[in-house]
Write a protein that binds this ligand. Structure first.
Ligand code: SAM
Length: 247
């Protein structure tokens, strides 16, 4: 639940808005049912429903929970804005797999017309998709979906990370797996460390973008000899990373 819908006192939780509606009308919860509530940041509790109506649900805290479904390493998916609803799929699947943050950006060959006026509505929708996927995956934290960055802003942001990989289908030297193993050996994939995996648009990155990314600290990596769709590449990168780190 977003913090404004999660009023935690020592004894009770009040659930409002869409979540209250979902519990009462969709899940058909009843008084006495137990559900797990998370504030999406750092606290999970088992609660028993005490009062129920579609606008507001009040529940008593039964137990503090300590389960942790989060990956130790924080992975950001930096995704060049794709066509149609692919960004939604990337956010949904990436959240299930364990990404910590999504950073959409614009690059030279981005096909979609970016309309800043629609940004607020779209951001809200993307964040909602992340929240629902996090709930479905029983994650403790909801990944943050950032606003759409320019290419320059992305290069700047990536400097905050401990490791930054840019997926480039023409990379014929560095494969992702040995790059992960090297970063592991260098102690760069530990708890709280940040990794960026950048994926290009349908038309790919330009050579110039790859040069600029490398100058900004990215390592260009190949995901293998087959060309993946943009929405597949991020999932492959994320899954390979968690396979190697054991998460
Ligand atoms: N324009 C390219 C082409 O047609 O040859 C394909 C671009 S691909 C559909 C979209 C993005 O997915 C790329 O920019 C890259 O980031 C990533 N990608 C796809 N396959 C990859 C691979 N084998 N290795 C590394 N990155 C890959």
């Amino acid at each position: 639940l977003p913090p404004e819908q999660f009023h935690l006192t020592t004894q009770t939780v009040t659930i409002e808005g869409d979540d209250a509606h979902h519990l009462a009308r969709v899940m058909r919860a009843e008084i006495g049912d137990k559900v797990i509530c998370s504030n999406g940041v750092d606290r999970e509790v088992l609660v028993r429903i005490a009062e129920l109506d579609k606008g507001r649900v009040t529940a008593e805290i039964v137990e503090e929970l300590t389960m942790d479904a989060e990956a130790a390493v924080q992975v950001w998916i930096a995704q060049s804005l794709p066509k149609g609803d692919k960004m939604e799929v990337i956010i949904q699947k990436g959240t299930e797999i364990g990404a910590a943050r999504f950073l959409p950006f614009l690059s030279d060959r981005t096909i979609v017309q970016y309309d800043a006026k629609k940004e607020a509505k779209r951001s809200e929708r993307w964040q909602k998709i992340a929240k629902e996927a996090a709930e479905q995956a029983h994650r403790n934290r909801v990944p943050q979906v950032e606003s759409v960055h320019s290419w320059k802003q992305l290069l700047q942001r990536a400097k905050e990370a401990d490791v930054a990989w840019i997926c480039y289908e023409k990379e014929d030297g560095q494969q992702l797996r040995p790059a992960i193993q090297q970063a592991l050996a260098q102690g760069k994939l530990g708890p709280g460390q940040q990794v960026v995996i950048a994926v290009g648009p349908e038309g790919g990155f330009t050579e110039q973008e790859i040069v600029q990314a490398e100058e900004a600290g990215f390592q260009s990596v190949s995901l293998g000899s087959r060309i993946l769709r943009t929405e597949t590449a991020a999932m492959v990168g994320l899954t390979c990373l968690f396979y190697e780190t054991g998460e």
